[in-house]
Design a protein around this ligand. Structure first.
Ligand SMILES: [Zn+2]
Length: 472
């Protein structure tokens, strides 16, 4: 059939950075061992059984973990056609501090088959076979999965290898089953077949993903855009949404209310700001008091780093207020602690590097009791300009950190999920994941998260609702 094609460049890497199942569902998933003798799944190195994985060789334990993750997916999906995943363990890119864990994507894609929901539209091979009700690829694997065989060895995140148990108790190791659930999700349909960096579609034909990916600025789907419009949309952070009914309907059952920063008092800076939340200090779970914003100024060039205990004049300026501090020179928690000691009630850390959305504030300090968030460099610059008109302890600009009455963390005001679209573009991550502002964390966010999700459907997760939107 002319419509079939080998998928190009759709494998998505997962970088290390830090339920109840439908009873009637069933789809057979077959792990096709593509490793050579003595390596990967065939590695004969003896190992002890671990965390529910009874294999006694390294290769067998790897295979068991793959089959375990495949079985979780197979209970969720329905298809009359077995889904074959060509799988390897190979040496992949890594060094002392970072590593590619593995990747997976569609190996074969299809269009204009009998039963296709949309004409002239690409579908992942596994989904097209399900919709067709027959194997259009004559037993060929439709998904490709490659994982890093060196992970945890010398010069490859040494000591930080895969946990091969199936019970999720992975400790400091990387939970292979959790990573596999994520990666298989990509292979089954959770990835755009259109290149978000160049805007180019495969053979100038839109993917099923393109029809549901919607830009709030241009008010167009990716299927309606030119290549150049898609390139711009791919970095339109927190303005790119998923317009599928199943995800939108399920999102209030899964996501918590969104934290928000509202600035008021001066028209030129008033409004809602994009924020990155802190991993230390209190979680923003309710509406705190509104307080005046005052900058810390402790550098000759006008910046305020707050890396040292604050001077008397800075302390007087921010006491009882929201301190605006610049990123740089010391950790976020040191800055926030210094502001707290000087009497600030909240902290805004302005980024020193352009880009959006603002990432979270990492770090750890159990003695921090005030909330803090990161704002973008652009927003920080805008606030600092407006703050030039302040007196010694009054600015007339107010900040309120609180919980949105209308919005869930990771969705827009209509409950439509935000898709990951950072600026600059992140190949392998952008456009084909949920945005990192989702809370609680979702399986299909771009980074390996600590919390392992073994549930793919609402009220725990939104991975399966998205696949349903595509036709699963
Ligand atoms: Zn991914």
């Amino acid at each position: 059939m002319i419509a079939k094609q080998i998928a190009q460049n759709v494998a998505l890497a997962l970088a290390l950075l830090g339920a109840p199942l439908a009873a009637q569902a069933a789809a057979e998933i077959i792990i096709v061992n593509a490793d050579g003798p003595g390596e990967g799944f065939n590695d004969p190195t003896p190992v002890l059984p671990i965390g529910g994985n009874t294999g006694t060789t390294l290769g067998q334990q790897r295979l068991n973990a793959f089959q375990f993750a495949a079985d979780i997916w197979s209970k969720q999906l329905t298809s009359a056609v077995p889904i074959r995943i060509k799988s390897n363990f190979d040496p992949l890119t890594c060094d002392k501090d970072s590593a590619t864990l593995g990747s997976a994507g569609a190996l074969l894609i299809n269009r204009d088959f009998a039963g296709a929901p949309r004409a002239n539209t690409w579908y992942h091979g596994a989904l097209s076979n399900k919709l067709l009700g027959a194997d259009d690829f004559e037993g060929e694997p439709v998904i490709r999965a490659r994982f890093n065989s060196n992970l945890g060895q010398a010069n490859c995140l040494e000591g930080g290898g895969f946990y091969l148990g199936t019970d999720g108790k992975h400790g400091k190791l990387t939970d292979l089953v959790g990573v596999l659930l994520h990666e298989f999700g990509h292979g089954l349909g959770f990835s755009n077949l259109t290149n978000g960096q160049t805007g180019k579609q495969q053979s100038n034909i839109p993917s099923s993903w393109d029809h549901l990916l919607y830009d709030l600025t241009t008010q167009k789907t990716w299927a309606e855009m030119t290549d150049a419009e898609r390139v711009a949309s791919g970095i339109n952070s927190r303005k790119l949404i998923w317009r599928g009914a199943n995800v939108t309907q399920a999102s209030p059952k899964v996501l918590q209310a969104a934290p928000e920063l509202r600035i008021s008092g001066m028209a030129s800076v008033a409004g809602l700001y994009q924020i990155g939340t802190a991993s230390f200090g209190p979680q923003i779970t309710n509406n705190g008091p509104t307080s005046e914003v005052m900058p810390v100024v402790d550098q000759a060039d006008g910046r305020g780093l707050a890396c040292e205990p604050l001077s008397t004049s800075n302390a007087q300026a921010i006491r009882g207020k929201t301190a605006l501090i610049d990123r740089g020179a010391c950790t976020f928690s040191v800055k926030v602690k210094n502001a707290q000691l000087a009497g600030a009630v909240a902290v805004l850390v302005a980024d020193h590097t352009a880009g959006s959305p603002p990432p979270g504030l990492s770090g750890d300090d159990p003695t921090i009791t005030i909330p803090s968030v990161r704002i973008t460099k652009d927003d920080g610059d805008k606030l600092k300009l407006a703050l030039k008109n302040r007196s010694r302890n009054r600015s007339g600009i107010f900040a309120a950190l609180g919980i949105s009455a209308t919005q869930r963390a990771g969705a827009d005001e209509q409950g439509r999920l935000l898709m990951f679209a950072p600026n600059p573009y992140q190949p392998g991550s952008s456009v084909s994941h949920f945005d990192t502002s989702a809370s609680p964390d979702l399986l299909m966010e771009p980074f390996n998260t600590e919390s392992v999700k073994r549930n793919l459907d609402a009220p725990f997760d939104l991975t399966f609702p998205l696949l349903k939107d595509l036709g699963w």
